[in-house]
Design a binder for this molecule. Structure first.
Ligand code: TRP
Length: 337
């Protein structure tokens, strides 16, 4: 068998994004960014600062979105996302996305958008004030982010699956109406991380809005305090009581930070030899050691905004070159040229 030189094997195009709303945490780091780092090696990856999406719910606080932009990218870079091997871009600086959104809105039934579970769910959670036209169109804008670079694989959390399915339907409709037998747009596929849910200090999914998150920007003392406040097995009241590691969020977090220690900790917890106070103390140290290099690199990028902005500008220019071609294909298919 002859081997094919790596340079001629096209890498799959991966696209993902995050909204700059501040407060990146351990859940982002181990649940999302570690995966993004591997995509830098084995895919042609595009990572988007989804600032327009942030406006769908936080339109009343533009300064917050603006400040969160560099901070978020500083965490990406600190986590190891390599701007030489991937493309980091700013959504609002790629006007082709907005134009594609208008074009696709012409063929997108409102009922499809109303059916997306996050729409009703978020309005119930956040109130009628977020029920804007832009918010309804959130999943369509997300599809445009992906389609504008012809993204094939989209690593996202479980709650985003419905957005991807909606997007695939719109793509099918577009190709059916205008493709003349060709796939002008690609149907993107969701991929899920091995570690989808990372529990926060209260055992619910780690999220800044639940106030249960261990932030990358926290200092070590704050981290230790948060770990000490974590809930554990409620039936294990004192050392000596047998514990159930499978329901303990501290145990769940050990898995990300030091997987090799899991068996020993589980056995010691079950037998009662290990108390929760001691376990949390050891975990806090281990967690701070794990986060230390990330936090150090984060501080370097945070203190050098010009460098971060250069990376965003270069990636955005690269993205626009592709986006203009895709948009031209779409307009051509729609007989708008
Ligand atoms: N909706 C995504 C989230 O909240 C963020 C996002 C915006 C995104 N555009 C995207 C994710 C495109 C993947 C692809 O997590």
């Amino acid at each position: 068998m002859t081997s094919v030189p790596a340079s001629v094997v096209r890498k799959p195009r991966v696209m993902s994004g995050m909204r700059p709303t501040g407060g990146l945490h351990l859940g982002h780091l181990v649940g999302v960014l570690t995966q993004w780092v591997t995509f830098c090696e084995n895919a042609d990856a595009f990572f988007e600062i989804a600032d327009l999406h942030a406006y769908t719910t936080e339109f009343d606080d533009p300064s917050k979105i603006r400040d969160a932009r560099n901070e978020m990218v500083a965490v990406w870079l600190a986590a190891g996302v390599d701007p030489q091997k991937s493309t980091i871009f700013l959504q609002s600086a790629v006007p082709e996305i907005g134009e594609l959104h208008v074009l696709l809105s012409m063929i997108t039934p409102v009922s499809w958008l109303e059916r997306v579970p996050t729409y009703k769910g978020q309005i119930e959670a956040l109130g009628q004030s977020v029920a804007t036209y832009g918010f309804l169109g959130y999943p369509l804008l997300q599809l445009c982010d992906i389609a504008i670079v012809r993204g094939e694989y989209v690593p996202v959390g479980g709650d985003q699956q419905a957005h991807l399915e909606f997007g695939r339907e719109v793509v099918r409709r577009f190709n059916h109406l205008y493709g003349n037998g060709r796939q002008i747009l690609l149907e993107p596929q969701a991929t899920f991380s091995e570690f989808r849910e990372v529990p926060g200090t209260d055992g619910r999914k780690m999220s800044k809005s639940y106030d249960n998150a261990i932030l990358i920007s926290d200092d070590e003392e704050t981290t230790t305090k948060k770990v000490r406040s974590m809930i554990t097995d409620p039936q294990k009241l004192r050392r000596g009581d047998p514990g159930r590691p499978e329901i303990c969020p501290v145990f769940a977090l050990w898995r990300f930070v030091n997987p090799l220690s899991l068996n020993g900790i589980a056995a010691a917890c079950r037998s009662g030899a290990l108390g929760c106070v001691q376990d949390k103390g050891e975990f806090a140290e281990e967690l701070n050691a794990y986060l230390r290099p990330v936090r150090e690199r984060y501080a370097e990028y945070r203190d050098d905004p010009a460098r971060v902005e250069r990376i965003i500008e270069e990636g955005t220019a690269r993205t626009r070159a592709i986006a203009s071609e895709v948009l031209a294909d779409v307009k051509d298919a729609m007989r708008l040229t």
